[in-house]
Write a protein that binds this ligand. Structure first.
Ligand code: SF4
Length: 341
């Protein structure tokens, strides 16, 4: 799979300059470069070669600078550095772990739960997370033109029960602002849709993505805007990310976080408590902690559910209720996320 297939069409060359697009063009794209930049043993890059074969390394420098130099166990590094274990074939881990194929209404439009529909807006991302549940997704089948999107949105227009449209991907904020505006205008024209939810890791990876134009887009569309950022560790949330969150809040965006429980990244009460504390300090609600989606290549990140339950139970004794995320699992075919505690 190549999650960058639509990178070139999403990030256009005329947007050159010291911008978020320029930051993406300057991203680290190999394990060898990653190890060199972080003063890590070159053997790690050799071990990474197998894992990177079908899912390349991609790490923006704004994220890179939050990784501890010389520490192979850094929780941010573990999310982006391939390991040989990604090639292991493990029973129960598949290419479509959450039933995206069976939930597809038509190319680019998924519906799993009542009242909501999800659009696969792009296959491009600002980072390649090694645990990505869509690392094998057939992005090339999703709409790439305005006419194709018109067709895709027609299925939402005919179902009056759909109140919320979720922009997903890939990362929807990889689209340039004018394409986002085009898509949103079409969504807002559907009378029964009142909410727009954006699932994105871009404001964390590259905080400069929160441009004045993006804020104008949020302020000027008629839909209620909800953004779900995907932060897994407090160390990801530096002062630049906090400033980006503040700007989004000022534009009236509701901010939620969704983390994944990951072995060697955030599988401790201390790590989860620090993440919640940091999110609350930035005005972001710790909304979900996800059990790992069992995608082929990510088995080494899995934390047993019983251990996850113990972590969340301990969190409840340390934090106020609003700071404790719901521990959930996505199960293909279920009518909602399954609550695990
Ligand atoms: S940002 Fe999301 S979709 Fe993109 S690689 Fe990471 S987990 Fe996957």
């Amino acid at each position: 799979m190549n999650i960058l297939t639509s990178f070139s069409e999403s990030v256009r060359p005329e947007f050159a300059g010291p911008s978020w697009q320029a930051e993406l063009r300057n991203a680290v794209r190999s394990a060898a470069e990653l190890c060199r930049e972080l003063d890590l043993p070159p053997e790690l890059a050799v071990a990474a070669a197998d894992g990177a074969e079908d899912f390349a390394v991609f790490v923006p420098r704004a994220y890179l600078k939050r990784i501890q130099q010389g520490d192979p166990g850094d929780p941010l590094l573990r999310q982006v550095l391939p390991v040989g274990e990604e090639k292991a074939v493990v029973e129960g881990f598949s290419r479509d772990p959450v039933g995206d194929t069976s939930a597809t209404l038509q190319a680019g439009v998924l519906q799993k739960y009542a009242g909501r529909a999800l659009l696969i807006t792009t296959g491009a991302c600002a980072v390649h997370c090694r645990y990505c549940f869509r690392r094998h997704y057939p992005y090339e089948e999703s709409p790439h033109s305005e006419a194709a999107w018109d067709q895709a949105l027609a299925s939402i227009a005919t179902d009056e029960t759909i109140r919320e449209v979720i922009l997903s991907g890939g990362d929807p904020l990889m689209l340039v602002d004018e394409r986002l505006a085009m898509l949103t205008k079409k969504i807002a024209a559907i009378a029964h849709v009142t909410r727009l939810r954006i699932h994105t890791r871009l404001p964390i990876m590259v905080p400069s993505r929160v441009t004045d134009e993006l804020l104008d887009w949020f302020t000027n569309n008629q839909l209620t805007s909800v953004m779900v950022i995907h932060a897994n560790h407090a160390q990801e949330l530096d002062s630049e990310v906090a400033a980006a969150m503040a700007r989004l809040q000022q534009a009236g965006v509701m901010l939620l976080n969704q983390a994944v429980l990951l072995r060697g990244v955030n599988d401790s009460v201390d790590a989860q408590a620090a993440l919640s504390d940091r999110l609350i300090a930035m005005g972001v609600v710790p909304y979900y902690l996800h059990q790992l989606d069992r995608v082929a290549g990510a088995a080494h990140f899995e934390v047993p559910m019983d251990e996850g339950k113990q972590i969340v139970a301990a969190l409840r004794t340390r934090l106020p209720g609003y700071a404790v995320p719901k521990y959930v699992q996505e199960v293909a075919g279920e009518l909602s996320k399954v609550i695990l505690t």
